[in-house]
Write a protein that binds this ligand. Structure first.
Ligand code: MEV
Length: 321
């Protein structure tokens, strides 16, 4: 018997957050041990956890911004994530009630699943008075991401936990992944555009894997090229060189297209953004739909946002800082 959730969101701004993210350069190749750059965006997932009936499956309610209940993208996946978290925290039979408040559009390549896992881990730990380091939060969120994505690189859960721009390289070393902070001299405005097409990262990651397994040398060469763009991109960010960053993003988009993870809507948005003055534009995250990012030129972000809105797309503005 499932308890009926209340029909309005509970009041109060308590709970714990995980950060949504964009990948500036290097998605997909990062799964194969190449570097990538990611940064948090100002949108989070927040979770509140209360004790439920011991022995009962987790009860998860997803709240929309207007306070109404929203359908989970996959209730089964959310339950498996919550059950894994309870088991790993030594609470297999505790029973939890979870309220989830997401500012992040879901299945859009903006890291909503990792942000959900991080928020839920933090809120569950607090509810049961368990102290966790950020490293422990991130590593448990990585296990959750395996349920959602299959073979995640670890970049999404890292940014969802730490909420800072990073240069990331997956390693199998016991010391963990290589993670470096990236500090820019000035905030860099980035326009995010949503295609409105839900895309599951697990699908595009699996498609790239199948291609790579057929022709590893061919695809490794593309991954290597992306890796060198990422290295140059980290330098450009540290100098605050948005012209160089934009060019690197444009080339990265070409290589993502070569990996066949772009889509007609993404290509259209990239073209609109560049025409409206963006220094560079590319898909971000898994692709196949989802989101595009553009770095604004001297005319600023507004003409890019207006042009994308004019074509019917939803936009957000964020800053790399
Ligand atoms: C997803 O945000 C980024 C991918 O590279 C997958 C991953 O790194 O886990 C597509």
């Amino acid at each position: 018997v499932t308890a009926m959730p209340p029909t309005r969101a509970p009041q109060g701004a308590g709970g714990h957050v995980g950060y949504g993210k964009i990948i500036l350069l290097g998605e997909h190749s990062v799964v194969y041990g190449r570097r990538a750059i990611a940064a948090p965006i100002g949108l989070t997932v927040r979770a509140e956890v209360g004790r439920g009936t011991p022995g009962q499956a987790p009860i998860i309610t997803d709240w929309d911004a207007d306070g109404s209940v929203q359908e989970p993208i996959s209730a089964d996946v959310s339950h498996r994530v919550a059950t894994l978290i309870a088991a790993r925290l030594g609470l297999p039979q505790s029973g939890v009630r979870v309220d989830v408040f997401s500012e992040l559009p879901r299945a859009s390549g903006l890291g909503a699943s990792a942000a959900f896992a991080v928020a839920l881990i933090r809120a569950t730990a607090e509810c049961f008075s368990i102290r966790l380091s950020d490293e422990q939060v991130s590593s448990l969120a990585f296990e959750c991401e395996k349920i959602v994505h299959g073979t995640p690189s670890g970049i999404d859960n890292t940014v969802a936990t730490f909420g800072r721009p990073i240069l990331f390289k997956k390693t199998d070393a016991p010391s963990g992944h290589e993670i470096r902070d990236i500090v820019t001299p000035n905030p860099i405005p980035i326009v995010i555009g949503l295609t409105g097409m839900h895309a599951l990262t697990s699908h595009t990651v699996a498609a790239v894997r199948a291609a790579w397994q057929q022709r590893p040398a061919r695809y490794d060469a593309i991954f290597d090229q992306i890796d060198s763009l990422v290295g140059e991109g980290a330098d450009a960010l540290r100098r605050g060189d948005t012209v160089e960053l934009g060019e690197l993003m444009n080339i990265n988009q070409g290589l993502l297209n070569a990996l066949q993870v772009s889509s007609p809507e993404l290509e259209q948005m990239v073209a609109i953004a560049r025409r409206a003055g963006a220094l560079g534009a590319k898909l971000t995250g898994g692709g196949g739909g989802g989101a595009m990012i553009a770095v604004a030129g001297s005319a600023g972000a507004e003409p890019i946002r207006a042009a994308l809105r004019g074509a019917g797309y939803t936009t957000y503005l964020t800053e790399i800082r």
